[in-house]
Design a binder for this molecule. Structure first.
Ligand SMILES: [Zn+2]
Length: 282
């Protein structure tokens, strides 16, 4: 079932056991816009079935927040104008060259181009894989794009992000709602999770520029301003104390600055920033 956020905004919750991210629906007087394509044909179809149950204007646009497989592989199911930033388009070109038969998929896993989980979901939830080919986007933007769905403006912007270099967010000023995709998360390089220190503050600035009150995240569903502020606060305080690749030093510095032990989230962030130091030093 879709969650109703307001009269014009709905979302399908993320489903972690199937690696399914949050999918969004924004409705204007004339048209509707989808946020993210889902991780498979099956995921997209289930989303479309839920939308059919609502009396909403026809879907005209699909915005993809970034080119990770779980946000793009349902793309072909939408009869819509697909919007991506130019960097996402470059990564999609690689996906368009992929084949989806078992042998090809196993090759991509062996070469670390896709994860084993990704292969598993593709095998289970994309039918007719021998002929499956990912479609191409229709509108490619550089920095920002504004779409009016009929008395419903959506601001689409490529932002700095700790997760990928191709992160797009969608802000709906009427409702003060922002879809962040995975932009505010950490990333993984050579099996090591890390938060990109250099991009943290630019990202927070890019997101805070909008006066959002509700935040939809790719694998969390929804946060209010209070929850987001706690998240930013924990990230910035931990970021500040990581000045080398030593977790011990970072924890000591955290304790000295804050007169307490880091909580579980903060400990995770400290490790992620230290890991970033390790990766940057290689
Ligand atoms: Zn992602």
């Amino acid at each position: 079932m879709l969650n109703k956020l307001s009269d014009t905004i709905y979302y399908l919750s993320n489903q972690d056991d199937k690696d399914r991210p949050t999918l969004g629906l924004v409705c204007g007087d004339q048209f509707s816009l989808i946020i993210d394509a889902g991780n498979s044909t099956q995921h997209a179809k289930e989303f479309l079935l839920e939308i059919e149950k609502l009396d909403v204007p026809p879907i005209k646009y699909l915005v993809i927040t970034h080119a990770h497989w779980d946000h793009i592989l349902g793309m072909n199911e939408f009869n819509a104008t697909v919007i991506v930033n130019s960097q996402t388009n470059e990564i999609l070109k690689e996906w368009q060259s992929y084949k989806f038969d078992d042998r090809s998929l196993q090759n991509y896993v062996d070469r670390n181009q896709i994860s084993a989980k990704c292969m598993e979901i593709i095998q289970a939830e994309i039918p007719n894989r021998d002929s499956f080919k990912l479609g191409s986007p229709d509108i490619i933007f550089e920095n920002t794009l504004t779409i009016d769905l009929g008395n419903k403006v959506c601001i689409i912007e490529r932002i700095h992000s700790t997760h990928t270099d191709d992160s797009t967010i969608i802000y709906i000023p009427d409702e003060k709602v922002v879809f962040l995709g995975d932009s505010a998360y950490c990333t993984t390089t050579n099996s090591l999770f890390h938060f990109k220190q250099a991009l943290l503050l630019p990202m927070i600035n890019d997101i805070k520029k909008y006066d959002a009150e509700m935040f939809l995240l790719g694998h969390e569903s929804i946060c209010d301003s209070n929850e987001m502020n706690i998240y930013w606060e924990e990230l910035t305080t931990t970021n500040r104390v990581v000045t080398s690749a030593s977790l011990e030093d970072a924890i000591d510095c955290f304790k000295a600055e804050n007169k307490r032990e880091p909580n579980d989230n903060e400990l995770f962030f400290l490790k992620a920033f230290v890991n970033d130091r390790i990766i940057q030093s290689k």
